[in-house]
Design a binder for this molecule. Structure first.
Ligand SMILES: Nc1ncnc2c1ncn2[C@@H]1O[C@H](COP(=O)(O)OP(=O)(O)OP(=O)(O)O)[C@@H](O)[C@H]1O
Length: 263
C-alpha cells in the first residue's frame, strides 16, 4: 500500500532518544523510532527488553526520564493517558483489560462514547437527541463487533467469553475509539495457531480498512514477520536493530539477543 504522509510531511509518531529509568534500572534507553501514516510496524525483543515500558511511555502511563515523543505533530509531554487516547492513540494490554462485568456491547460503547454528541442534560432528561445518539452509538458498536465476529455475543458478560474472543473484544474496543495509531501488546498471546492466523489477517485488514498505523508487540515471530513492513528490536532497553522482516531475520545482533530461539 502507498504510505500517506501528513500535511507537513512528518511522521505520525516521532520518538526521539526516549529513556525511562526505574530506580537504578534503565528499562528503556535512548530509543528513537518513527511511524508514518498507514504503516504496520513490529516491536520485538526478548523478555524484559522494555517493550511494554515503551508502550507505557507512548501512552503516557509513564513520563519519559529523557527524550521526546511527538504524536500527530504535537509533543505529548504532560498529557494524561485519556488525552493521548482522544488525540488518536489507542492500545490493548498484555494482560487483557476489559470491563469484566459489563456486556460485550457496553465494553465497545464505552470507548465509542467520546464521539457521542449528546450532553449530560439531554441524557438526564432523555431528550430525543439522546435516544438518537444512543441508538447511533449502539449501531456503531455492533458494527465494530461484527468485524470481530462478536456481534452475536453482544449481550454476554465480557468475562464469560473464551480467551481468544476477549482478546478480539479488546481490539474492537480500542478500534472504536477512532485511533490514528493502534498499539497492540501481544495480541496473539494465548491463541492457538488457527486463531493466530485469523488474527493476522484481521490486523492487516483493519489497517487497510481504517487507514490506521499499527505498532505491534508480539512474541509470535510468524505473525510479526508475516505482516509487519518494518520491525524494531529492543534488547535490555536499547534499540539494537530496525529493518524489514528479511533484514531482521539475518541481523547478527538480533540473532545473538535471541540466542537459542528461532527468529
Ligand atoms: N514499574 C516498574 N518499576 C520497576 N521496574 C520496572 C517497571 N516496569 C518495568 N520494569 C523493568 O523494566 C524492564 C523492562 O520491562 P518490560 O515489561 O518493559 O519488558 P518487556 O519487553 O515488555 O518484557 P516481556 O516481553 O516479558 O513482557 C524489566 O527489567 C522490568 O523489570
Amino acid at each position: 500500500m502507498e504510505l500517506q504522509h501528513n500535511q507537513n510531511g512528518t511522521a505520525l509518531l516521532d520518538v526521539t532518544q526516549v529513556g525511562r529509568v526505574f530506580g537504578g534500572i534503565r528499562a528503556v534507553s535512548d530509543v528513537s523510532i518513527h511511524i508514518d501514516h498507514g504503516e504496520l510496524i513490529g516491536l520485538i525483543g526478548p523478555n524484559g527488553a522494555g517493550k511494554t515500558t515503551f508502550f507505557n511511555l507512548l501512552t503516557a502511563v509513564y513520563e519519559p526520564s529523557s527524550g521526546s515523543i511527538t504524536f500527530d505533530g504535537k509533543d505529548t509531554r504532560g498529557l494524561k493517558p485519556y488525552q493521548i487516547t482522544s488525540r488518536g492513540m489507542a492500545r490493548t494490554f498484555q494482560n487483557i483489560r476489559l470491563f469484566n462485568d459489563l456486556s460485550v456491547l457496553d465494553n465497545v460503547k464505552i470507548a465509542y462514547h467520546r464521539h457521542a454528541k449528546h450532553t449530560i442534560w439531554s441524557s438526564f432528561f432523555r431528550l430525543p437527541s439522546h435516544f438518537r445518539n444512543e441508538q447511533e452509538m449502539t449501531e456503531k458498536a455492533v458494527s465494530f463487533l461484527k468485524i470481530f465476529n462478536l456481534d452475536h455475543k453482544k449481550d454476554e458478560i465480557a468475562k464469560n467469553l473464551p480467551y481468544g474472543e476477549q482478546r478480539r473484544l479488546e481490539i474492537a474496543r480500542a478500534l472504536a475509539a477512532g485511533p490514528k495509531l493502534l498499539l497492540l501488546d501481544e495480541p496473539a498471546a494465548g491463541m492457538n495457531p488457527q486463531e493466530t492466523q485469523d488474527l493476522m489477517k484481521l490486523i492487516y485488514w483493519i489497517r487497510d480498512e481504517f487507514k490506521l498505523s499499527i505498532l505491534l508487540i508480539e512474541h509470535d515471530m510468524s505473525l510479526v514477520m508475516g505482516i509487519c513492513e518494518r520491525i524494531y528490536v529492543l534488547d535490555q532497553g536499547k534499540l539494537i536493530a530496525d529493518g524489514t522482516p528479511d533484514e531482521i531475520k539475518k541481523n547478527p545482533r538480533v540473532i545473538e539477543a535471541y540466542l537459542g530461539q528461532e527468529v
